[in-house]
Structure formats: structure tokens, C-alpha cells
Design a protein around this ligand. Sequence first.
Ligand SMILES: Cc1cc2nc3c(=O)[nH]c(=O)nc-3n(C[C@H](O)[C@H](O)[C@H](O)COP(=O)(O)OP(=O)(O)OC[C@H]3O[C@@H](n4cnc5c(N)ncnc54)[C@H](O)[C@@H]3O)c2cc1C
Length: 447
Amino acid sequence: MWFRRDLRLQDNTALFQALRQNERVFGVFILDDAILKARDMGAARAAFLFRSLAVLSAEFDKLGGQLILRRGGPPERELRALAAETGASALFFNTDYTPYSTECDERVTAAMDALGVDVNAFDDALLVPPQGVVDPRDGRPFQTFTPFKRVWETQERVGKRLDTKPFTAHFKTEARLPSVPVPAVEDYGLTLTQNIFPAGEAAGQESLSGFVAGGLDRYADNRDNTADGGSTSVLSVHLKFGTLSVRDCWREAVRLGGRGAAKWQDELAWRDFFNTLLWHHPSMLKKAIQPALAALRFDQNDEYWESWKTGTTGYPYVDAGMRQMLATGWMHNRTRQVVASFLVKDLLLDWRLGAEFYMQELVDGDWAANYGGWQWTAGTAPDPNGNYRVFNPVAQQRRYDPNLTYCRRWIPELDTRDYPRPIVDHASASAEFIRRFQKAYGPRRER
Ligand SMILES: Cc1cc2nc3c(=O)[nH]c(=O)nc-3n(C[C@H](O)[C@H](O)[C@H](O)COP(=O)(O)OP(=O)(O)OC[C@H]3O[C@@H](n4cnc5c(N)ncnc54)[C@H](O)[C@@H]3O)c2cc1C
């Protein structure tokens, strides 16, 4: 069983099938240099991954099995070697949908085919796999959420939880195969400065139960309340690494029912939407989804860039969001939007710079959700209501953090002279952005 972004034993489709169909199952995780040494890798994300691997490996040990770690890559090379060492007859894994992973799956499948190893790939990471959610009229992928969701809903079929417990004897092995230790972030030249969430499957389940007991029913009305640390589930990192099954989230929402749960289910659908969008548009990691907006002109300004990155723009709501991320690796969705909008529409800097910085700092940094979120906020994606939308950072704070509770939590010097004055004037900076946007995109139009 090749683990990837599914670092759990329960309700794991490929693992369940591997255990059900085979007498003896080894786990393997490949510490792939192409991902771990990439520019956009950050300490928070790497640390969460390594800690989750340590938890998973300990679970294997308890069951008398082994999670084999191999370092380097590419995955097809490591898996080819391992197939020879184990004499494995089959490889099981859950498909991943990013451009890199899709290519990787193809190479692994070809390598296993050549060795006569049976390949068993499953859809697991999303509620509905991306291939099928297309416009039934012309078979084309959707570019906007509402029509996507209409078709997506008809395909959502979350079934019973897949319980691996009856099969855990199949993990047992006498043989121990060569395996590298779980690395430290320093092994990859990274330094962890953030206080990140507890990792591993049990932590994911605990966070889900906590949210279902204490926040889900209020979610529809409270989700933008940045002052309240429990306004959203804070499960994104568990969903990113699969230390929690998205189907467990869905089943809990269905069980609880009501407005809060329904709104939350919508967010899980957005997660599928962005993954599906990336699957159909791999170039969205580099280019504006709307071709006209490739011509949008940005500035270069090191001073602005530094102020944005360090949370010292003089706009408290922007700075509080940034500092929350710098301290914890997680930022509230409301401020993720305001901070991103500020970079593009107030500082006139390229959204790609910001997207890469988020990837480096976020513990839940995810190519689909992050680049989707950035393109939507920058106005470079097809958005029926929002291309011209500019977040006013002051109005946003008044609305979503009226007592400055969130701002004061993350900016201790807010009420002192040490806190900087605003580095730009919002009204004139955003007017300049709109001018440039109009030039690239044409006048505001109804779609
Ligand atoms: C500029 C920008 C960048 C973002 N980068 C990321 C990222 O790298 N990784 C990431 O997981 N999310 C990202 N998001 C989406 C969203 O902000 C986070 O998923 C959310 O804040 C996580 O908090 P939560 O778990 O409490 O979410 P909840 O509100 O409890 O939602 C439940 C789950 O639904 C999913 N979800 C919620 N909103 C979105 C959304 N807009 N898009 C996709 N999935 C969503 C997440 O998996 C989340 O855990 C980004 C949003 C923006 C605007």
C-alpha cells in the first residue's frame, strides 16, 4: 500500500481493499525530493507531514507491521526497487489529482505493468472524483461553482465507513525491510518557527468531534467571525494530508443536519471544485485562468513586499491575518481573502508571488485550494460576481472583527506608537488596480 495524502488507517479506500484482498500488506511512503525540495515547500507543512508519518508508523508497529519509508524518488524508481525486495504481487494506492501526481501515477503504473505487478488505484481524496463532473450538454468542465455543484450533487454517494480493523492481522510480518527514519525539517534545510496543530489520525478525529460538538450548528452565521477561534472547523490540514477522511466529515454533517451543516457541506464541495478545476486546468498553477488577464500588469516593489510578508502594512486586519499564519501556519478564510486581495489590489503585486508565499507558510498549503483561492481573489478566474470586487481592509475589519479582538490577539503592539501607519492609501491604490484590470479585461460585464 503506497501512502500519499491519505495518512490514516480507517476509511482509507485503497488500504481497505489492499487488506481485504491480500494476506500480507506492507505500507510504504516515499519522501519525494521533487515535492520536499521544491521552492514552495515550507517548514509547517513538512513538519505536519513528518509528524503524521511518525504516528502512522507507530500504528503499523503496534499491529506487528511495517511502514517502510524511502527517500529520494522518483516514486516509480523506489517502488520498482521495493517490488523486487518484497516480491509483491500487487500495488494499491489512492489517486492524487495534481498535475505532478497525475503524471507520477502514470509512470508508476507503467513501471509496475512492466514488472507484472498488478496496479489497483482508487478514488478517495474527494467526495466526487474530478473526471466525471462535466457539463452534460457538451462534456466540458465547469469553470464556476454553482453549475458545478448542481452536477456534483447528483454524483455524491458517500457510503458506509470502511473499517480496516477486521483485517489488521494482514499487516503482520516477520521480515523487516530497509527503511529510513522519519526525517526532521532541518534535513530539508527548513526551520520550524510556527506552533502547528497536532498531527496524525487520532488528532484529526478529535478535531472533527470537537467541531461537531461545538461549532458546526452555528457555522452558517458564525463562519466569518474571525474573533472566534471556533468559528470554522480548522480541519484543512487534516483534509490536506488525509489524516481525516473527507467522507467522515460529510457523514457527520449529514448526521447533524440543519443550516450550519449544510453550509459546511458547501465548503467541502468547494474543495472538490478547486481540485476538479486544477485537474482540468493544470496551467492554473502558473497562469491566469481567464486568458485576457494574462495581460494584467503588476509592479515590483521590495518595500511593499517585505511589509506584506511581515504583517506590517499598517492595515490591522491584513497584518493580523498574516501574523496568524506566521505564528501557526493557519489563517482564517476571511483574512486569507483580505490579505491576498491587499497584495494584488492595494500593493499591485503579482498574485503568483503571494500564492507561493502562502504555500511556504501554510500548514495546509494545497495546490488546488490555494491557487484556486488566489485566482478567485485576484479576479483572474471566471467569477460571475467578483472580478471587480476589491476588499476594503478597513470595512472588512469593522464587519468581521468589530471589537478588534482578532487584531489585538495577533498584533500586540496595535495600540502603541510602534505599529506602522498604512503604507498605501486604499482608495487610490485600488482605483489604480481597477484601471489596470479594465485595460486587460475590458469593461465590467454581466456574464
Ligand atoms: C487566497 C486563499 C488561499 C487558500 N489556500 C488554501 C490552502 O492552501 N489549503 C486549503 O486547504 N485551503 C485554502 N484556502 C481555502 C480556505 O481558506 C481554507 O480551506 C479554510 O480557511 C480552512 O479552514 P477550516 O478547515 O476551518 O475550514 P472550514 O470553513 O471548516 O471548511 C471545511 C473544509 O472545507 C474546505 N474548504 C473550505 N473553504 C474552502 C475553499 N474556499 N476552497 C477549498 N476548500 C475549502 C477545507 O478543506 C476546509 O477544511 C484558501 C483560500 C484563499 C482565499
